[in-house]
Design a protein around this ligand. Structure first.
Ligand code: FAD
Length: 380
């Protein structure tokens, strides 16, 4: 007989193991885990359970480039052209507070954080975007000072023949170490994590797993970022794939720190004696609206040419490792954090800066759930 759907329960499962959760979170990336951590702290007696389809978290959190950045001058300028200053500043606050929280909760050393500084490079000084960004540096530095007390964050610097805007507070980290530290902390807090558990359906009072099992919960949160639309039709968050590669060890690598190009679409950094580079999603935006982990040759070729033409590394460099991951982009650059009409909550749409936003978004989501009028009473 084929062992397929286990839809009926034993007495023992129903009595203890499969008893309803107070908070059921789908997705164990930075958002899901941070929400679990802060919620459990507020409600130590509640049963908090996190489900993930993967053997470990298999979303963007473990597949990103490890930049701990909060906004290049060029990006802030672009944002100001699209929305009111207050919104841009509020998002800057979210990122700066999120990064501070990440370091405070997990420890800079544990997550491999290095404050290297970061460069936003431009092709030449006549580029209008460069000139306008440069003109705004005093304003952006003042914003960061108001939010953190740190003065003179942005300044002009030339690097490897490129005009650039240097951001002295940027850095990078080891995304694997970050996830490992976060998983450990969440488990120590008493949150249950279930790996290899794909969810096929969510509703106000629970979720259905791929094998047909139904789990009950007082509150359900989708922290599935770029995958949210596969579970919730109502979300505005769409998938956006990102591509990254790492080269072989290099003799000549004249870059150190987190570097950006073309309004942040292209990003690169040193990884020991290797180059890590990714992005260029703008080369085929429509093609990248996908949850499939496939490599888009147009994007790969564009990045290879960029390295050859601009970065001045060993001419015989090779790609050692390459991968894709799926981000989530919402209607605005500020993440979706809300309760939907069907009663399910979402925290998603972190865009390309989830490392900075994730912890703060988790904290906000935990408070949103706690403060909601339908706040559950514990089941036990
Ligand atoms: C290539 C790339 C490079 C990036 N570089 C950076 C960077 O350098 N710096 C930065 O700040 N940000 C970067 N980002 C963005 C950042 O990684 C994300 O914004 C952030 O990790 C999102 O975290 P999350 O927890 O919301 O989502 P995710 O980490 O994607 O987590 C969602 C989880 O949900 C799970 N899941 C999905 N569907 C189901 C289901 N049906 N059942 C069960 N589980 C499910 C997935 O397995 C996954 O673990 C990058 C992203 C990519 C893809």
């Amino acid at each position: 007989m084929i062992f397929k759907n286990i839809t009926q329960r034993s007495w023992w499962e129903r009595d203890l193991l499969a008893r309803p959760a107070d908070l059921l979170i789908i997705g164990s990336g930075i958002t899901g885990l941070a929400t679990a951590l802060f919620y459990k702290r507020q409600h130590p007696a509640h049963r908090v359970m996190v489900l993930d389809r993967g053997f470990w978290p298999t979303g963007a959190t473990g597949r990103n480039a490890g930049f701990a950045c909060f906004g290049s001058a060029g990006e802030l300028l672009d944002d100001m052209q699209q929305e009111a200053e207050a919104g841009v500043k509020d998002r800057l606050r979210l990122r700066l507070e999120g990064l501070a929280l990440l370091k405070e909760e997990l420890g800079s050393e544990e997550i491999g954080f290095e404050m290297t500084g970061g460069y936003e490079i431009f092709d030449d000084t006549n580029d209008p975007h460069f000139r306008e960004s440069l003109a705004q540096l005093p304003r952006f530095s003042r914003w960061v000072e108001e939010l953190t007390g740190e003065a003179d964050t942005y300044e002009f610097r030339e690097i490897n023949g490129f005009p650039s805007i240097f951001n002295r507070l940027e850095g990078y980290l080891h995304s694997g170490k970050m996830l490992q530290a976060l998983v450990r902390k969440v488990q120590q807090a008493g949150v249950e994590i279930r790996w290899n558990t794909p969810v096929t359906e969510v509703h106000q009072h629970g979720a259905v797993l791929q094998d047909g099992l139904a789990l009950e919960a007082a509150v359900v949160l989708c922290a599935t970022n770029g995958y949210t639309s596969t579970l919730l039709g109502e979300t505005q968050v769409k998938p956006a794939r990102g591509y990254v590669f790492v080269t072989n060890p290099l003799q000549k690598l004249p870059w150190h720190g987190s570097c950006h190009y073309n309004r942040g679409y292209v990003y690169f950094r040193d990884l020991g004696d290797r180059l890590l580079i990714g992005g260029a999603r703008d080369v085929d935006k429509a093609g990248e609206e996908s949850i499939l982990n496939e490599i888009n040759p147009k994007i790969k070729n564009w990045l290879v040419s960029f390295v050859n033409d601009k970065l001045g590394i060993d001419p015989d460099w090779q790609i050692d490792q390459e991968w894709t991951g799926v981000m989530g982009f919402g209607a605005t650059k500020t993440p979706e954090c809300r309760r939907h009409e069907n009663g399910v909550y979402t925290a998603a749409g972190l865009g390309g800066m989830g490392v900075a936003i994730g912890m703060k978004l988790g904290q906000r989501t935990a408070s949103l759930i706690t403060n909601s009028t339908n706040h559950p009473t514990p089941h036990f």
